[in-house]
Write a protein that binds this ligand. Structure first.
Ligand SMILES: CC(C)(COP(=O)(O)OP(=O)(O)OC[C@H]1O[C@@H](n2cnc3c(N)ncnc32)[C@H](O)[C@@H]1OP(=O)(O)O)[C@@H](O)C(=O)NCCC(=O)NCCS
Length: 164
């Protein structure tokens, strides 16, 4: 799939599971419960493939998994998609891998009739780079749910209209 030089995007395969869970841990951002959810998303997406609910893509750099994204249509909506996960191995961050994955996710959603992409993220200081990443890609804050994840951890809902 088309991506900037040196980055190869493809559907996630079973062999990617452990490397992806490994770099999710390396980011030291996610809680244990979130890691279990990532494992469930991976298992479901790998088992069901392109026809399944979860659409999962791996970015490879130099032949090794370096990033992962997972998206799907939001149940009970018309044309809304959720970006469930996006992560890049710490050693490969800030070299365009996340942007390539995000563009690919948005294009796939648009091809499948998506008109709106939704991202939920944390208001914690540790997520400031992630928020900058989304803002840079045209996402705008639509709502903030105070103390959602924890007493001092708000949920931010970011939206981006998708091109038909
Ligand atoms: C957010 C994330 C997916 C971005 O992927 P990436 O490959 O690093 O991003 P890209 O190289 O494509 O884009 C970089 C842009 O994102 C923003 N950004 C990403 N990391 C940043 C950092 N550490 N500090 C500041 N800005 C950062 C900047 O706008 C940057 O542009 P610039 O380098 O020109 O300033 C990646 O940093 C990551 O995996 N973070 C940890 C997991 C995470 O937060 N996931 C999202 C949870 S909701």
């Amino acid at each position: 799939m088309k991506a900037p030089a040196g980055i190869w995007l493809r559907r996630t395969e079973a062999a990617d599971r452990e490397p992806i869970l490994g770099f999710i841990r390396q980011t030291e951002l996610f809680r244990a419960g979130e890691l279990s959810i990532a494992a469930e998303l991976l298992d479901s997406a790998i088992a069901a493939g392109p026809a399944g609910h979860y659409q999962s893509f791996t970015a490879e750099v130099a032949g090794t998994p370096a990033g992962w994204t997972c998206l799907g249509p939001t149940p009970c909506t018309e044309g809304t998609f959720d970006l469930y996960w996006i992560v890049v191995a710490p050693a490969c961050q800030r070299s365009g891998v996340g942007s390539a994955l995000l563009r690919h996710a948005e294009n796939l959603a648009a091809e499948r009739g998506g008109r709106l992409m939704v991202v939920e993220t944390s208001g914690r200081a540790a997520y400031a780079p992630s928020r900058r990443f989304y803002l840079r890609h045209g996402y705008r804050e639509a709502a903030r749910v105070p103390a959602f994840y924890a007493p001092t951890d708000d949920k931010l809902i970011l939206l981006k209209p998708l091109q038909a």
